[in-house]
Structure formats: C-alpha cells, structure tokens
Design a protein around this ligand. Structure first.
Ligand SMILES: [Zn+2]
Length: 109
C-alpha cells in the first residue's frame, strides 16, 4: 500500500479512537434501596446496557490499537489469515479489520 493511503487510514483510525475515548460516563449504580420494583428493574437493565456498550467499545478500541500497530510495522491492509491484500472497499468500511471478507466469513461460520 502506498504511503499516502496508509496515512489516510491511519488518520481514520485515530479519528475513530478519539471518538471512542475517553470511555463514556461511569456505569450508574444498579438500583439502590429507594424506588419501587419497576424502577429497580429499569435501573438494572440500564446498567446492563451500559456495560455492554462499554465492552463493545473496548473491543473496538483494541482492534483500532492493533490496526495502528500494523500501520507502523507495514502490515496494515494485509489479511492476517491468508496474507492477501484486503480490498480497499472493506478497509474504507472497517479500517480496523485484520481479515479479508472471505476469512472473516469463514471465521464466523
Ligand atoms: Zn484472508
């Protein structure tokens, strides 16, 4: 991949990383002794949801960090599984991907 493109993807990754961090507000304490049972249940669901969002963000951040490391060591844009170039359209859509579509689908199934 040529340098100009590499820099562009690096910028995309850095922007996305900035978007994700710092991690959104703290997880609200689930429940408490006040309020009725419905409020209690809602608070629990809310806290659960927050935790899930943060887990997803953390995974995404890790993927972005890895992609940035690959930009540095010159392996960015190469499928980690089959060593073929990842198509540009895929990198545009998911700049932090480490697999080409074929390998990703094989992994999912
Ligand atoms: Zn592949």
């Amino acid at each position: 991949m040529d340098k100009a493109n590499l820099q562009r993807y690096k910028r995309l990754l850095l922007e996305k990383r900035r978007e994700l961090s710092p991690v959104r507000g703290l997880v609200p304490a689930a429940g408490g002794w006040e309020g009725d049972l419905i409020d209690q249940a809602n608070a629990d669901v809310e806290a659960e949801l927050q935790i899930r969002i943060q887990e997803t963000d953390t995974q995404l951040l890790e993927a972005i960090e890895e992609a940035l490391a690959r930009v540095e060591d010159g392996t960015y844009g190469i499928c980690a599984n089959c060593n073929r170039l990842i198509p540009r359209a895929r990198l545009e859509a998911v700049p932090w991907t480490r697999l080409c579509r074929g390998c990703m689908e094989a992994q999912d199934s």
